[in-house]
Write a protein that binds this ligand. Structure first.
Ligand SMILES: C[S@@+](CC[C@H](N)C(=O)[O-])C[C@H]1O[C@@H](n2cnc3c(N)ncnc32)[C@H](O)[C@@H]1O
Length: 214
């Protein structure tokens, strides 16, 4: 028992807001460009309300806002959000930046688009997947994108075990066909941006529409 709780403690410490702030360091971590799959999947949608979960330095949220979406964007890292805020100011758009984890999203939240790119949501935090799905309004879209073909050994060498996190298959399994229509679930090649994610060349894209109850 003790070994398990120590392991959990370690996991949470490794993925605490402080650990993420430390990872973000003193200079921009990501490319500053919106994720390719976001641009492709969302370009034809009518802009309404959107939530970007784990928004990092804000490039996706800013791109959405520039296209007319009313965007809330959340992240546990204050450092990432400071950069996001600055980038939004430079782009001349308004985004509501929320400094907390997905697990602390208010119950009544409902968005027409909920996007999560390369999620760092711990599976051990059981209800996080429920919070994610509940955040999508009826008639709204859930877009979750992971890296495909993750090199587990390489990831573990960097202190990160992909199986500790909500995976593509976890999200897919949580979507009952009575309530959700899965519009896309599979691999898509991507043009890798510069930065720490540059070795990932394939996305695992899940796009699902939440049915409107009768
Ligand atoms: C791999 S990064 C992806 C950032 C961004 N979506 C992108 O595509 O560049 C994962 C992000 O999730 C954030 N994060 C970690 N735990 C979180 C949580 N519980 N809820 C929301 N975001 C979280 C991290 O701070 C980090 O910015």
């Amino acid at each position: 028992m003790r070994a398990i709780s120590d392991q959990h403690r370690h996991l949470h410490a490794h993925h605490s807001p402080e650990a993420w702030d430390e990872r973000y360091g003193d200079q921009a971590m990501w490319s500053g460009h919106p994720n390719e799959a976001l641009v492709r999947e969302v370009a034809d949608m009518t802009p309404r309300t959107a939530l970007d979960v784990g928004c990092g330095e804000g490039a996706d949220a800013i791109w959405l806002a520039l296209r007319g979406w009313r965007v809330d964007a959340l992240d546990v890292s204050g450092k990432a959000l400071d950069r996001a805020r600055e980038a939004a100011e430079q782009a001349g758009v308004e985004v509501r930046w929320l400094h907390h984890g997905l697990e602390d999203l208010p119950d009544e939240s409902a968005y027409d688009l909920v996007s999560v790119f390369y999620p760092a949501l711990l599976r051990a935090d059981g209800s996080v997947l429920d919070v994610l799905l509940d955040a999508v309004a009826e008639g709204g879209t859930l877009l979750v994108v992971h890296h495909a073909h993750v090199d587990r050994e390489r990831a573990r060498e960097h202190g990160f075990d992909p199986d500790d996190y909500v995976r593509h298959e976890d999200v897919l399994a949580a979507l009952p066909p009575t309530d959700w229509a899965v519009e896309q679930a599979g691999e898509r090649r991507r043009t890798a941006p510069e930065g720490p994610g540059a070795h990932h060349h394939t996305d695992l894209v899940l796009r699902a529409w939440r049915k409107v109850s009768a």
